[in-house]
Design a binder for this molecule. Structure first.
Ligand SMILES: [Zn+2]
Length: 133
């Protein structure tokens, strides 16, 4: 298949391209990528809300674990990571929930996973939920 010659551009009377016609076989190959781009373009970005940050302050205020707080976050699903989620460029992780019991919940911007850090007296347990397709 010569894809280059199979792509047809549909123009208005002024010559402005309005649409593209693709052969079905080519469309079947590119459809997943195009749908992914459309999803990303229309997805509502997850932003840092003031609520979780306030509860994060309480989380730190009532810190009584045997180790210092480590602000590093790692996503087991896509391997995104940062040394400090609070100042990381592009904010790769958004804190969506925090409580004084030791739970921090992050949203991974890269893949959409939920990353949970459960702080116990002498260790941190990491859990994650991959994004729903
Ligand atoms: Zn991720």
């Amino acid at each position: 298949m010569s894809a280059k010659n199979d792509i047809r551009y549909l123009a208005d009377t002024s010559g402005n391209i309005e649409a593209v016609l693709l052969p079905w076989a080519l469309w079947e190959k590119v459809e997943p990528q195009i749908k992914k781009l459309l999803r990303e373009a229309t997805a509502t970005p997850v932003e840092q809300r003031p609520g979780p940050l306030k509860s994060f302050e309480e989380f730190l205020h009532f810190w009584n674990f045997k180790y210092a707080y480590d602000p590093a976050v790692h996503c087991p699903h896509c391997a995104a990571s940062c040394a400090d989620w609070r100042v990381a460029e592009g904010q790769p992780f958004v804190l969506t929930n925090a409580n004084i019991g030791g739970l921090l919940v992050f949203h991974c911007r890269e893949c959409g996973s939920t990353v949970r850090q459960k702080h116990f007296r002498d260790h941190v347990a990491l859990e994650h939920t991959p994004p729903t397709p």
